[in-house]
Design a protein around this ligand. Sequence first.
Ligand code: COA
Length: 203
Amino acid sequence: MIVLSFVTPQPFLYAHYVTQNGVPYLKTWEYLSKDGRPIKVRPAQRGDAQYLHEGFKEVVDEGRWLPTFSVNANITDWVHWIEKTNHSREILLIAFLDDDYAGHLTLQPEEWNASQHVAKLGIIVRKPCRYLGVGRSLMLASEEIGLEKDYTKIILSTFEDNTIAIDLYKQLGYRLVGVRKKHFNMPNGFIDEVLMEKELIGQ
Ligand SMILES: CC(C)(COP(=O)(O)OP(=O)(O)OC[C@H]1O[C@@H](n2cnc3c(N)ncnc32)[C@H](O)[C@@H]1OP(=O)(O)O)[C@@H](O)C(=O)NCCC(=O)NCCS
């Protein structure tokens, strides 16, 4: 197995392909966390299903950030989703901090024929791994792999009180496109949904 590396224009960012018999098959991005630890981001593999399942469940159980109250998907569902990314335009990236699972990001195409250049983004970072740059690393890698899969625009939404997420998205060039008032009825009351987007080319 050989590793081909090259430096990309962003600071602290390296992307390399692991190759087998000379054929690149797994791209990995490497970043540095705020406290100097390695953050690695790569497309999720079959064996990651348990991490994705548990990470998602942890964030749902926090009961604060996602409009989902319980987890329906099981590990087999995650395996199927991971396998689907091998032959579709769906993208599932996983991040590791110091080689431990830290979070993941999904990109899924819009349903309309005329919106196939638009990907919907979802992201979670495990609570102990937040504020260290893991989210930022996943977001940066998603733009590069998004372009490779012919997406030229990413859209997302979040709760209006999720200032960490909104600050991060703004820093990365996402613009606010609107607010859906009282869109979610959460256990602590109604909350607005903030809609944001970023065009990946022609900015
Ligand atoms: C939102 C989330 C993905 C961000 O991931 P993260 O790894 O914590 O984010 P990063 O460390 O890369 O960046 C955090 C950015 O948020 C901001 N931030 C950091 N700490 C903050 C704080 N205490 N208060 C407000 N903003 C803060 C900063 O802008 C920071 O960027 P900077 O380091 O360049 O200054 C993560 O907090 C998370 O998973 N939250 C729960 C699930 C969730 O909200 N998902 C998104 C739903 S749309």
